[in-house]
Write a protein that binds this ligand. Structure first.
Ligand code: ADP
Ligand code: MG
Length: 398
């Protein structure tokens, strides 16, 4: 059932279209974090070292094609040129940047490639048809290559021309980055060593319904923290003060509690403050004692102890969603405690999915302390929801 990987392809002398994730933060033409470029290097170097002609495609930022003025501004802002310059510093192969996404200049650059060369084309989102998986565009891009490699895990949950469309025309495989993601997420979600404990947090219940739903089916425990806990508190009949609350999800929370019974674990105490941006009074109260006018912003210490107990002995832990407003150090303690507990679990596979959870773990100094921190926020979330990822489904099986 495993997907083909680059190692299953005969790439020598072939034009290999590689969908990478070069969606890096750029401020005034300067890349502020090149992690994503670095992460694509194993696949790129493997291909060039094995005599492929490597044609790279990636999106960068967003471009509004509905409004001509915004479209021009978006193209200017999200030009791939600085990425090509950075890539050239990181690889020994020759990198040719093509500032367009179709036409003679692109075709000529590809025709002139030697084995081991790299061509990076302009931001795929310069094309209106990219995000609509336009068949003409997909066929055109596919015509530039002989093989397709999917290595942009952060984009595989989107059925776009560069992630899905091209793959319908060519023999395809996963790159090393996608392979690693599938191995780790697969081991944690599809085939976990048990007990499997899930820790779910973040802002809203509404963002996480599908994850809670799926994990209630497959996990042995589902621990809830973060902003969505207060909707569960409300469902229990507690006062939640001014905490984040989704009234229209209270019934849903009740259903989850009835279905989950002891499997579902909620915080027993919570850190509250009298104001979000300028709190003058911060204290910890039991979950059912949130005073009027106070807002829950983190889990409390008793909850940390409870969660630690629930996690003891687990063989697999998956985590999505911070336990509190970790961006503010005053409310980061619960998230940090969960990082620490997970990192110290003996013999457990620990996996983080979700963009904010991954950045929280990194920001708090736990970058290398987990088995796997997913590089794809939305994609890893959808994986945990049990959804099929279109950019993976389309890749050929071994
Ligand atoms: P992920 O990206 O990992 O899936 P989410 O996007 O669902 O996570 O949630 C992250 C956000 O949740 C963070 O910005 C954090 O500040 C917010 N959050 C966590 N706890 C609370 C809370 N008690 N009240 C309001 N926001 C919260
Ligand atoms: Mg998020």
């Amino acid at each position: 059932m495993a997907k083909k990987t680059v190692k299953d392809l005969d790439v020598k002398g072939k034009r290999v279209l590689v969908r990478v994730d070069f969606n890096v933060p750029i401020k005034e033409g300067v890349i502020t974090d090149d992690n994503r470029i670095q992460a694509a290097l194993p696949t790129i170097n493997y291909l060039t070292e094995n005599g492929a002609k490597v044609i790279l495609l990636s999106h960068l930022g967003k471009i509004d094609h509905k409004d001509p003025e915004k479209c021009e501004a978006g193209k200017k802002k999200n030009n791939m040129a600085p990425v090509a310059a950075r890539l050239q510093e990181l690889v020994s192969s020759k990198v040719t940047f093509v500032p367009v996404t179709r036409g003679e200049e692109l075709e000529k650059a590809v025709a002139e490639m030697n084995e081991g060369d790299i061509v990076l084309m302009q931001n795929t989102r310069y094309e209106k048809g990219e995000s609509k998986n336009d068949p003409e565009l997909a066929a055109y891009w596919a015509g530039l290559g002989d093989l397709f490699v999917s290595d942009a895990f952060g984009s595989v949950h989107r059925a776009h021309a560069s992630t899905v469309g091209i793959a319908t025309h060519l023999p395809s495989a996963c790159g090393f980055l996608v392979q690693k993601e599938l191995e780790n997420l697969g081991a944690a979600i599809d085939n976990p060593n048990r007990p499997l404990v899930a820790i779910l947090g973040g802002a809203k219940v509404s963002d996480k319904i599908a994850v809670i739903d799926n994990l209630l089916n497959i996990a042995d425990k589902v621990i809830i923290g973060g902003g969505m806990a207060y909707t569960f508190f409300k469902a229990k009949g507690y006062n939640v003060g001014t905490s984040l609350l989704e009234e229209d999800k209270v019934e849903m929370a009740k259903e989850f509690m009835e279905r989950g019974k002891d499997k579902l674990v909620l915080p027993i105490d919570t850190v509250v403050a009298n104001d979000f941006s300028n709190p003058t009074d911060i204290k910890t109260v039991d979950s059912d004692k949130i005073p009027d006018g106070y807002m829950g912003l983190d889990i409390g210490e008793k909850t940390v102890e409870l969660f630690a107990k629930e996690l003891q002995g687990c063989k697999t832990a998956v985590w999505n969603g911070p336990m509190g407003v970790f961006e503010d150090p005053r409310f980061a303690k619960g998230t940090e405690a969960v990082c620490k507990i997970l990192s110290e679990l003996p013999d457990a596979m620990t996996v983080i999915g979700g963009g904010d959870s991954a950045s929280a773990a990194k920001k708090l100094g736990y970058k290398d302390k987990f088995t796997h921190i997913s590089t794809g926020g939305g994609a890893s979330l959808e994986y945990m929801e049990g959804k099929e990822l279109p950019g993976i489904a389309i890749i050929e099986e071994k």
